[in-house]
Design a protein around this ligand. Sequence first.
Ligand code: GLN
Ligand code: ZN
Length: 794
Amino acid sequence: MTTPTTPAPSTPLPAATILGYPRIGPDRELKRAVESYWKGATSADELRAAAAGLRRATRERLRGLGLAGPAAVPADFAYYDQVLQVTSALGAVPPRFAHLRGGAGHGHPGLGLEGHFTVARGQGDLAAQEMTKWMDSNYHYLVPEIDESTPLDYVPGFGAIDPTDGPAAQVLEALAAGEPDPRPVIVGPVTYLLASKPADGAAPGFRPIDRLDDLLGAYGHLLADLWAAGAQWVQIDEPALVADTWAVPREEILAAVHRACTWIAAIVERPQVLVTGAYGSLGDALPVLGATGIEAVGLDLVAGALPRAEELAALGGKSVVAGVVSGRNIWRTDLEAALAALECLRNALPAGTPLTVGTSTSLQHVPHDVEREASLDPVIRSWLAFADQKVGEVLTLARGLAGSRDAIADELARDASLRAQRATHPGVRRAEVRDAVGAITPADRQRPPYAERKPLQDARLGLPLLPTTTIGSFPQTPQIRDARAAHRRGELDAAGYEAQMRAEIERVVRLQEEIGLDVLVHGEAERNDMVQYFAELLDGFATTEHGWVQSYGSRCTRPSILWGDVARSAPMTVAWSSYAQSLTDKPLKGMLTGPVTIMAWSFVRDDLPRAEVADQLGLALRAEVADLEAAGIGVIQVDEPAIRETLPLRRADQPAYLEWSVGSFRLATGGAVSATQIHTHLCYSEFDVVIDAVDHLDADVTSIEASRSRMDILPAVAARGFTRQLGPGVWDIHSPRVPSTEECAELIGRAVDALGAGSVWVNPDCGLKTRGYAETTSSLGNLVAAAARVRDGL
Ligand code: GLN
Ligand code: ZN
């Protein structure tokens, strides 16, 4: 490695920019184009043309909104995922995908479009790469699988023919289209490796970060290629630096960053480099970056704190992009506060440091344009800023920073008045809700001891050993979806809709009786989504028409907006559940979504601590639990698949989070009488940091995902002294494959060995809403037969 040299900045960064923009398109154009290609309805050329059209529209939109000057417009397009974009360009795939390398043609080792999607989605027996959450967002990336010999190659000059439209291709395209200075965005080398997992068959102890030097070689070629293509700046995203929860020790991560940035800076022909650390504070990584020859750093000043003066001094005059406009939420930026933060930063930085106003993260986590939300209450709409409005905010703040406050006096005044109006708007603060939260006592979060509850529940429910159940939803058939769409359009009246849902519930109850399940469910036919269903019924939420955000690949969600105090004006699930219970003598399980999951999958108000919002939701759900009990429902499941996923990225922040998140669940369920059996469902089995939290949820029965890991985690769970009942999923519902009775019995046997027969429930991994009836009926049949077989052998 050579020593760092810092080329004199040829072009400075602009006064305002954004770190990235939604890729899916205002009308989910990318989703449609990609899915139509997958179905074979359109060709690869048509898909690439659609993607090029979307990129052109984005560039024009961003320039039209006023982003101006050099390198102001990011080029961050990805067909599926930004991490996969790197994997594809480098051909960095495990042996099962080796045949896809070279698919880009012209002797390049990278993947072509077809291979790119095969890695993302799998094909036949070829399992797709795993997906996991990007930092603490709701976006999911494809986890690279790296071992000692995974190819990490980049061939320069590939841009012109790159079928996956990677960064160099995007630069060439933008320049050809007249965009003067596109700024390519790539996932940084340290983050790429930390976000990877060791490939199957990697040597014991091997860690992807061990391949840093090889990866840097490839990035060197990539950067040279971007330079040759004409990029003046490149944005290298290193969000992994803000988390301290990686398995690699912090000192090693800092050493890797130093090595990577020093090496990159030493490349002679390269664009200037902006390294961003979004989703939190860079902390001790900031001085490390300062000591290298990169030209600029991006700070997240929304999730992260303003760095200390010494840390800023250590930047040695590098340009700073100050992320004061949130890329994560949909609220207007508090312009006064943001301007104050910018001024404070400018004063703390060495004199003359170039300062750019930016977003905290890419805007990929927010929808495009709030102006399109014609059905949203205009008052609530006026409080919101989606991606396009946020572009306006960075521009406003840049004008304010460059001139004086007077330059943006109108905007500051308007923002202050909207803010004041929001604070007093009916529903934002409801005395009865605040009083109820204020009156919560520790006893409200405490059920009688489990040892007392268990015999009462056993006596009431009369279940066999190894009771069988499902996680709640049954397949959402086209008829169900058609009925819901017709109802929404006003073509099917409420009575007609309800009759159809009841017929569906009856069918699902009968089916479960025929299969021989022990604890039945109503099947959730009436739920469009496990969070939106509740958001639509609770006070304090709004929903959007066009507010789609990418969850992964072509999958988008439309999060609800939690803007006011949450209250339940009427029961939400009781009619459906009690109708289902009226059809059967078997116990029927009521089904609710927990407070943490409702928050995790919504846009949550920024004017109240999250813990308080969670308790408001907890109280609303507690009332629902009481009504279900009063209607004779003896088993109630409160789903919390999101507790693990919103875990803070810094260890120091985790205990407080777990305290309020677990507390809100206990508030929701703490009023249930001893004889009511409370279940919870978590979608994962990465129990590591959360096992104690799961124990503290104090649910009588917890169902988890476990079939993919073949119950391997159960001995550890038992060793930790988990004493309640556990339903480790025995059927991986993420695939249509029907597990045999033998397979299910083997897994149940393993669970019994680990936990004891008295603690084990038999159920699938997760809800069945995405499955078809054919595999559902056969799989559940096998699951029930397997439970009986193991029970008989006890
Ligand atoms: N009860 C929900 C269902 O069965 C749970 C879904 C989930 O865990 N994501 O669909
Ligand atoms: Zn699940």
